[in-house]
Design a protein around this ligand. Structure first.
Ligand SMILES: NC(=O)c1ccc[n+]([C@@H]2O[C@H](COP(=O)([O-])OP(=O)(O)OC[C@H]3O[C@@H](n4cnc5c(N)ncnc54)[C@H](O)[C@@H]3O)[C@@H](O)[C@H]2O)c1
Length: 272
């Protein structure tokens, strides 16, 4: 029997991509899923598909950048189901470009969703789970939470923060009965990639420079849930994320040489 059976699972950014697949696979395993997204229509669509397949799901609006919105969301889940077993803080956005080209408000926007948004969800879920004496928080970072990502600076800053937040919460949560995992995937074929926002370069050119094989969201969600089942601290995939992390930590100069190719290649497609 799945450990997710009859468990209350809340997923932010559940209306699309990785979040949507995590929601579907949780429902397939018998969980009660709360699908929360800024795009409420997309969340409703996912909930409807799950219900049509006999699963249990409700959809809700959330803006993770607004702490009150997160509190309202979690309180509504508690009112409906009486507890919160899993909190997947997954909503995220990206913008690609050189640091010198990115306007400050764009940098802040990415930090607001990808770091402050995850802080909001973690903070309130942690308080609720501390009172319960159990629960599992699962935060979505990225491979760029483990190694620097030139041309993805605000994203990298946020995701390094998410890894630090999650690993520290894992320690503080241990004696309180709270588990914490952080997801560090490489590229996943989702709308974040397909509708990539770029500065000073065409997104098609940027995408054409991604050499790494992209994982499909279904496979990514399977790996995520397997890692959560095993209560892994860091759920990193595919294998190149582990290889690059090893290279970065053990051979930083070699890693820098590798990283330089990314920014130098980007400068070949940079518009001015
Ligand atoms: N796609 C990749 O290559 C990749 C790789 C590593 C990590 N990730 C991470 O995976 C997570 C999911 O990304 P995805 O690839 O599925 O992207 P996606 O664009 O398909 O889904 C992101 C979802 O987050 C929602 N969202 C955005 N801002 C929000 C806000 N303020 N409040 C609530 N919801 C909001 C969007 O509406 C969307 O439904 C993100 O944290 C992303 O950084 C993605």
């Amino acid at each position: 029997m799945s450990i997710f059976r009859e468990k209350v699972c809340l997923v932010t950014g559940g209306g699309s991509g990785l979040g949507r697949e995590v929601c579907s696979q949780l429902a397939d395993r018998g969980a009660c899923v709360v699908i929360a997204d800024l795009n409420e229509e997309a969340a409703r669509d996912v909930a409807q598909k799950i219900s049509n397949h006999g699963g249990t799901a409700i959809a809700s609006y959330v803006d993770v950048t607004d702490s009150k919105s997160i509190e309202v969301l979690i309180d509504a889940a508690l009112a409906q189901y009486g507890r919160l077993d899993y909190m997947f803080n997954n909503a995220g956005i990206t913008v690609v470009g050189e640091f010198r080209d990115l306007p400050l408000d764009e940098l802040k926007k990415v930090l607001d969703v990808n770091l402050t948004g995850i802080l909001h969800g973690s903070h309130y879920a942690f308080q609720v789970m501390a009172k319960q004496g159990y629960g599992h928080i699962v935060n979505t970072a990225s491979g760029f939470g483990l190694v620097p990502g030139p041309t993805n600076l605000p994203y990298t800053v946020a995701k390094f923060g998410v890894v630090g937040l999650s690993e520290t919460m894992r320690c503080e949560g241990l004696d309180l009965g709270i588990k914490v995992s952080v997801i560090c995937p490489g590229y996943i074929r989702t709308s974040m990639i397909d509708n990539m926002r770029t500065f000073n370069a065409d997104s098609a050119d940027v995408i054409s420079q991604i050499l790494a094989k992209m994982v499909d969201p279904q496979q990514a969600a399977r790996l995520v849930l397997r890692g959560v089942e095993k209560n892994r601290a860091i759920i990193a995939f595919p294998s190149y994320v582990g290889v690059l992390t090893f290279l970065y930590r053990c051979f930083p100069r070699l890693f820098l040489r590798y990283s330089l190719t990314t920014i130098r290649n980007f400068r070949k497609i940079r518009k001015s």
